[in-house]
Write a protein that binds this ligand. Structure first.
Ligand SMILES: Nc1ncnc2c1ncn2[C@@H]1O[C@H](COP(=O)(O)OP(=O)(O)OP(=O)(O)O)[C@@H](O)[C@H]1O
Ligand SMILES: [Mg+2]
Length: 465
């Protein structure tokens, strides 16, 4: 079967049902009317027949029967001993007309039991007839033409046909308009979906601004539109997130390449000088520089590798980490590296332990302490406080240095984000330290935060139990 549009099918189904209903109503009313009229006709005939029989008092002449006034379109016949004596019809206009002898058979065949039957009287048409026996033994036939009844029924059927046809035409047009209007939102949904399908979503920054207009969630079609809009919102934000992470990755790769290029250029330069032997006296210095630049590269590559591993969701080593011990060790290392600073330790008497990777957590602390040392002038007080509560461990590194620049503060945990001060630049900082802190703490299911103002910078690390 050919598939037609939903609109056509809806209208066709509606018209079909309407036609069916009209047909049933028409048939039933016609039958009921016809039966009612027929009963009326029969009742009239029966009365007429009884009147004739009562009046038939005169013994000799059946003419008496015909003398009484007859209603229009009626028939009266007298049959004596099986033969028609007289039979006449009384049309609406003009006088009585004799029934043609060819129709006599129909009259004589009647059973005089007072029951009405229909008979076709040739040129006279259909008649309803009742036969009854008079006291004298004659059979009197009373009849009434069915012409009027037929006319009434025919005009009813005609009217019904015309009305039904009109109703169907009007309903068809109105239905088509209503269905078209009701389905318009669905067309909007389809149009939106089609427009979205033509958008280039596979690369670059995409804006998924297409939405189904005026989607009314109270209607079924509106719900489809709303659902599509919600899906587009969802896809839109997913695409945005994808684009953002793609840009971040590109930036990361660019920054990393840039960072690696500087030590590589230095190494190549010193190597070239040593090879030429131009700086024979300083070869030792060159080698020392090469070695330190190689160290810097190694650190950088190791940091990048660690970040990449954490990004990839590589499982950490899981063990019971004695935080108190880690903190004490880290502060003593920091003290050795930065004897100019004033290091203070604030740990509880009870050892604090959390599940996690001891090496990585030690690195978190080392990075924070290295920052407190590198980005504050000598003599600055740095406090490391450790506390434990029901949720886990709380580690805080506070320094009284100059603080983090306000424009850097929101981005301080991003990769390669670092201060522009000469201090940050000169000591070979890369801006990965806090990114690693963030990545390691997050991988442990913890959080890290910072608050900074001149004279007080505090990093808060929370690790869950
Ligand atoms: N305690 C602090 N006081 C002042 N500024 C800080 C402090 N800690 C971090 N910063 C600022 O935040 C920036 C980012 O720190 P981060 O540790 O990520 O990188 P870095 O120390 O510059 O380099 P890296 O740690 O990789 O050698 C630093 O460059 C510095 O400007
Ligand atoms: Mg650092």
């Amino acid at each position: 079967m050919r598939t037609r549009s939903l609109r056509t099918r809806l209208v066709a189904a509606m018209l079909l049902l309407l036609a069916l209903a009209s047909t049933v109503i028409a048939v039933v009313t016609t039958i009921v009317l016809r039966q009612y009229l027929m009963r009326q006709l029969d009742d009239g005939l029966r009365v007429a027949s009884r009147v004739i029989i009562r009046n038939d008092g005169t013994p000799s002449s059946p003419d008496a029967i015909f003398r009484s006034p007859r209603p229009p379109d009626s028939l009266t016949a007298v049959i004596r001993q099986g033969a028609v004596v007289d039979a006449q019809v009384y049309p609406r206009t003009g006088g009585a007309v004799p029934v043609p002898a060819t129709e006599y058979a129909d009259l004589t065949a009647l059973v005089p039991d007072g029951r009405a039957v229909s008979a076709d009287l040739g040129t006279l048409g259909e008649y309803r007839l009742i036969a009854a026996t008079t006291p004298r033994g004659d059979v009197v036939v009373s009849g009434q033409s069915e012409q009027q009844l037929r006319g009434t029924v025919t005009s009813l059927v005609t009217t019904e046909l015309i009305v039904a046809a009109g109703v169907l035409v009007v309903a068809g047009i109105a239905g088509a308009i209503v269905v078209r209007r009701e389905l318009r939102p669905l067309e909007r949904v389809a149009a939106t979906a089609a427009r979205v399908s033509r958008l280039p979503l596979d690369r670059g920054e995409v804006s998924l601004a297409e939405r189904v207009p005026d989607a009314d969630p109270r209607t079924e079609v509106g719900q489809v539109g709303t659902a599509l809009n919600r899906m587009l919102d969802h896809v839109g934000s997913a695409l945005e997130a994808r684009h953002e992470s793609e840009m971040q990755l590109r930036q990361f790769v660019a920054d990393a390449s840039h960072e690696l290029r500087t030590p590589l250029a230095a190494i190549r330069g010193y190597a070239e000088l040593s090879r030429r032997g131009e700086l024979s006296a300083d070869t030792e210095h060159s080698l020392a520089r090469i070695s330190s630049q190689a160290d810097r590269m190694t650190t950088l590559v190791e940091d990048l590798l660690l970040l990449a591993r954490l990004d990839a969701g590589r499982p950490l080593e899981r063990g019971e980490v004695d935080l108190t011990r880690v903190v004490v060790d880290a502060v003593s290392d920091a003290h050795a590296a930065g004897p100019g600073h004033r290091w203070q330790l604030d740990v509880p008497d009870q050892p604090v332990t959390v599940p996690g990777d001891a090496t990585r957590i030690a690195q978190v602390l080392a990075n924070l302490l290295a920052n407190a040392r590198a980005h504050t002038p000598p003599g600055t007080r740095v406090t490391v406080a450790l506390a434990a509560d029901h949720a886990g461990a709380h580690l805080r590194v506070t320094d009284e240095g100059p603080g983090i620049a306000p424009d850097l503060l929101p981005h301080v945990f991003e990769r390669f984000a670092r201060g522009s001060s000469s201090r940050s630049r000169q000591n070979g900082s890369t801006g990965l330290g806090l990114a690693i802190v963030h990545a390691v703490v997050t991988a442990h299911g913890g959080t890290v935060g910072v608050s900074s103002s001149p004279g007080r910078t505090a990093f808060d690390v929370r690790l869950p139990r």
